[in-house]
Design a protein around this ligand. Structure first.
Ligand code: 13P
Length: 341
């Protein structure tokens, strides 16, 4: 295992206030996104959409990595350039989602366990040949005001994350470790902070027990935020203070970068919160983004599957990438949204 190499990949992804585009929607998830714009989820439409994203001029200034899905990893542009090569040539590191989804956790109603460990060593070797330099595994933690998550669900999920991360490091692939505490529900920000803290504490104990080297991972957590149905929503400043406090208590300084998921926040909210987090002071890790919906929702809304809208959609995509990069520097201002419009 070459930890220096994994560490430099991690640093390159978040260098110069760059972040990650999560474009690794599975078949059912991308269908949901296309349904919203009344577009058929055919293999060709998925390919056209990813081509639109990956060929947008200028994104390499703001994106250090893109996470692909198995199908996308094997696709390319209409003129035959494979997506992983296209991204690499633009200086954007290609990565791959390797988990096989969150399934019902037996005997634990409402809770989930992420599958995909069987055969993972062999799949990682193949993805490496196809050009992937990092991977992603998402664990999903349901939360409510009282009983969820159970300790067993947290332990089962961090155990799987640690086994995945160890296999990645063995293969020379940088693991992005994603424990997502969901923002569904009516719980307050305090409950999210308590659960996120507990999950991170259990996660780093499991990673350590599996001999995963902290310098050779990126952490992809949720922000500390109230549930979407909570009566008391929080200001960006409050989200930032709670998130920075939670991370500083539970994430070792050896971790090179923390790249947040957006988890259902609007595009603007995700940028505002990231900006506020970066304004809380100096931290041992780079604090950046690995957004799916918060980068892509405006793009899909502008594109709607129509060629004539492609230029505008790419313009909107570049803007979202730029604003999130500014947020990594704490230099975003929401007036920039109006100027752009
Ligand atoms: P969202 O930013 O839409 O939460 O997606 C990020 C991701 O990659 C989830 O695994």
């Amino acid at each position: 295992m070459n930890i220096d190499e994994l560490n430099s990949t991690a640093r390159a992804i978040v260098a110069q206030h760059k972040g990650i585009l999560a474009a690794d929607e599975s078949g059912p998830t991308i269908k949901k996104r296309f349904d919203a714009i009344a577009l058929e989820s055919s293999e060709e439409n998925r390919r056209r959409y990813r081509e639109l994203l990956f060929t947008t001029d200028g994104i390499e200034q703001y994106l250090g990595g893109v996470i692909l899905y198995d199908e996308t990893m094997r696709q390319g542009t209409a003129d035959g350039r494979p997506f992983p090569d296209l991204l690499s040539k633009r200086g954007i590191i290609p990565g791959i989602k390797v988990d096989q989804g969150a399934k019902a956790l037996a005997l634990y109603p409402q809770e989930k366990i992420t599958e995909g460990l069987d055969g993972l060593r062999e799949r990682l070797a193949e993805y490496k040949r196809l050009g992937a330099r990092f991977a992603k595994w998402r664990a999903v933690i349901e939360i409510d005001e009282r009983d969820l998550p159970t300790l067993y669900c947290i332990r089962a999920n961090v155990h799987a994350l640690a086994r995945y991360a160890a296999l990645c490091q063995e293969a020379g692939i940088l693991p992005i470790v994603e424990p997502e505490v969901l923002m569904d529900g009516a719980h307050g920000i305090e409950r999210c902070e308590a659960i996120t803290s507990h999950v991170l504490e259990e996660l780093f104990a499991a990673l350590d027990a599996h001999r995963v080297v902290f310098e050779g991972i990126l952490l992809k957590p949720n922000m500390v935020i109230p549930g979407m149905k909570c009566a008391r929503q929080a200001q960006a400043r409050e989200v930032a203070a709670a998130t920075a406090r939670c991370l500083s208590r539970y994430v070792p300084a050896a971790v090179p970068g923390i790249v947040f998921l957006s988890g259902g926040q609007s595009a603007q909210e995700a940028t505002e919160n990231l900006n506020a987090i970066n304004r809380t002071g100096t931290h041992p890790w780079a604090l950046s983004f690995s957004y799916g919906r918060a980068l892509q929702a405006p793009v899909l809304a502008a594109w709607k599957g129509q060629e004539g809208n492609a230029k505008q959609a790419q313009k909107d995509f570049l803007l979202r990438c730029r604003l999130n990069s500014l947020a990594c520097a704490g230099k975003y201002d929401n007036n920039m949204e109006k100027e752009a419009a």
